[in-house]
Design a protein around this ligand. Structure first.
Ligand code: ATP
Length: 376
């Protein structure tokens, strides 16, 4: 296909929308379908996280947006201009996109300033030096301009990689697991800094992560992917508080599962009832209850249903919260259907002794009803 002609065709079809637009992207590696009709938009100044388990297609989508993977079906547009459709592709280096990957990938033969200056060849020497200094200051690395990549810690290298990506003032930043090589403490501080730098830059940012907590921390919008498709997209609080499927609810952390039936418009669990609108009487359902949705004795019982007695099996302080293992059916042996093991998360330090019997009730806002056969 003729590139120039195709570009004209596309600009006629696409409204001149700012930011990054991925439309109807499908992709296969041989017989393996990696992406199936994925569409998403990232507005300028917005940070969107692609979240999902290993192999769900996150990296492939990011690589297609960057131009590192040839597009097979769909289109990619930046600020209203098509940069890829089948048979037509603007090369990665001409897309005005900043890339940050997991392995930092700094050029070992260039010092820190040289790495950051890499994409600034069109600027005069003085403008380039000023921009390098400004960007290094933004990521707190101004004192390392003459250092070498091998002399830097992982966190410092990641800051330089971010500065290098942002120095040419890209309209779009694409990041693939940018913090996964860092230890937990460093990761927290670097992602905090990165969030603020990106927000200040006004770039549209698409970031891949498999860590739901990281997505919640970074994202304005989360796109949960599953087997090459978008399972749910929305602001973090909406995705967390109103999961569209059992898969999404489970992806945000361990949940207690109760198989039950609908009675009087509610799913009935041992801990209380959860509204099940639109489901017929007697329908078999699965209720997923977040550990923080179980309230233990000592927390005022405001629910209409009576609290349920349960025995403490173990309790552990996790730092900011406590994790309590409980069981129902105290007389029943382990393995007996009445013996149900479940978990509650309580803010702060709460360590009831093993063997204590507590009253448990339910926060219905932290419990979700799905079809009994909703696949995992
Ligand atoms: P991870 O979190 O493990 O990086 P991901 O969600 O980013 O996973 P992708 O790397 O996009 O997933 O891979 C999606 C699917 O495509 C997987 O089944 C993967 O094995 C397959 N795949 C990816 N790249 C290739 C390739 N170059 N050749 C063949 N198959 C590939």
């Amino acid at each position: 296909m003729d590139g120039a002609a195709s570009k004209l065709d596309l600009s006629a079809k696409l409204p001149a929308l700012p930011g990054l637009r991925l439309q109807g992207i499908s992709h296969a590696f041989g017989a393996k379908k990696a992406l199936d009709d994925v569409s998403l938009a990232v507005e300028p100044g917005q940070l969107v996280c692609l979240l999902g388990p290993s192999g769900c297609g996150k990296t492939t989508l990011l690589r297609i947006a960057a131009g590192l993977e040839p597009l097979q079906k769909g289109s990619v547009a930046l600020d209203g201009c098509a940069v890829a459709e089948p048979g037509y592709a603007v090369p990665p280096e001409q897309r005005g996109v900043g890339l940050v990957f997991q392995d930092y990938a700094l050029f070992p033969h260039l010092d820190v300033a040289g790495n950051v200056a890499f994409g600034l060849s069109k600027l005069s020497a003085s403008a380039r030096a000023a921009r390098v200094a400004e960007t290094l200051a933004q990521v707190g690395m101004q004192d390392y301009a003459r250092g070498w990549p091998h002399e830097l810690s992982g966190g410092q290298q990641q800051r330089v990689a971010l500065a290098r990506a942002l120095a040419p003032r890209p309209r779009v930043v694409l990041m693939d697991e940018p913090f996964s090589g860092l230890d937990a403490r460093l990761r927290e501080s670097i992602r905090d800094d990165t969030l603020h730098v990106l927000k200040k830059s006004g770039a549209a940012t698409l970031m891949v992560t498999h860590d739901p907590e990281e997505a919640m921390f970074m994202a304005d919008m989360i796109v949960v992917m599953r087997e090459g498709r978008v399972e749910q997209a929305g602001p973090p609080d909406a995705v967390y508080a109103k999961p569209a499927s059992a898969f999404v609810a489970r992806f945000f952390g361990q949940v207690n599962e109760v198989d039950t039936v609908v009675s009087g418009g509610h799913a009935v669990t041992p801990f209380g009832r959860v509204a099940a609108p639109g489901r017929a009487e007697g329908t078999r359902v699965k209720v997923l209850i977040r550990p923080e949705g179980l309230r233990l004795d000592g927390i005022p019982d405001t629910a209409a249903d009576p609290a349920c007695p349960a025995k403490v099996l173990a309790s552990r302080l996790l730092g900011r919260s406590s994790w309590v293992h409980l069981c129902l059916g105290q007389g029943a042996e382990e393995g007996h259907p009445e013996h149900v093991h479940f978990h509650a998360r309580v803010p702060g330090r709460y360590l009831p002794p093993e063997g204590d019997v507590l009253a448990v009730d339910l926060d219905p806002a932290q419990a979700f009803v799905f079809d009994a056969h909703d696949p995992i």
